[in-house]
Design a protein around this ligand. Structure first.
Ligand code: FES
Length: 191
């Protein structure tokens, strides 16, 4: 069952050399796929730090896709091996955070696999439509939600009118002490 009218917000991290090329090819080949993914291009999928994925969820993503070259094809030799390890660790962390593990997807796609890329995004969009909005996205939305207009007005008027503070009693005036007259330097004091 899908949540009606819900359009998932997906962040897709892609590596420059393979999966970004695949996404590009899908576009050039006019392959139809959902427009729910916002693509972030990185030089290698091994650049993805777990904190980047968590930040995406924190900022309202309903799903995150990590995409890179096939194992053995990484242009930096071992980048995607690191990606695999981080993905496995993140999948465990997702469960701890109360997020369904299907909200995170790993996709290997080369620059010539436009169709695989399009299929991956389509599949992920459909999965997240079934899962509904991310609970973390809901929290971030409620935090950002503006106040209703009436409450906003009240807040503004409260700010505009300064609080009345009781007047402080004026300090008592004490007579000024007059300085003793000094004898002028010229000629000194008269005898
Ligand atoms: S360059 Fe593509 S995964 Fe490393």
């Amino acid at each position: 069952m899908t949540v009606s009218g819900f359009e998932p917000n997906i962040v897709a991290f892609t590596c420059n050399w393979c999966s970004y090329g695949g996404a590009d090819l899908a576009g050039i080949s006019r392959i139809q796929y959902p427009t729910n993914a916002k693509v972030i291009r990185l030089m290698c999928s091994g650049r993805i730090d777990p904190s980047m994925v968590l930040q995406a969820f924190k900022n309202g993503a309903d799903g995150v896709m990590i995409s890179g070259c096939h194992i053995g094809d990484c242009h930096y030799a071992t980048g995607n091996y690191r990606t695999q390890v981080r993905y496995d660790a993140l999948s465990v962390a997702m469960d701890v955070m109360g997020l369904h593990p299907d909200r995170l997807k790993l996709l290997w796609a080369s620059a010539s696999e436009g169709q695989q890329w399009a299929d991956g995004i389509t599949e992920m969009t459909n999965t997240i439509k079934k899962l509904g909005p991310s609970p973390l996205a809901q929290i971030s939305k409620t935090k950002k939600e503006p106040l209703p207009k009436t409450q906003e007005k009240e807040k503004a008027t409260k700010k505009a009118t300064p609080k009345k503070t009781p007047k402080k009693a004026a300090p008592k005036k004490t007579p000024k002490k007059t300085a003793p007259k000094r004898a002028s330097k010229k000629g000194g004091a008269k005898k």
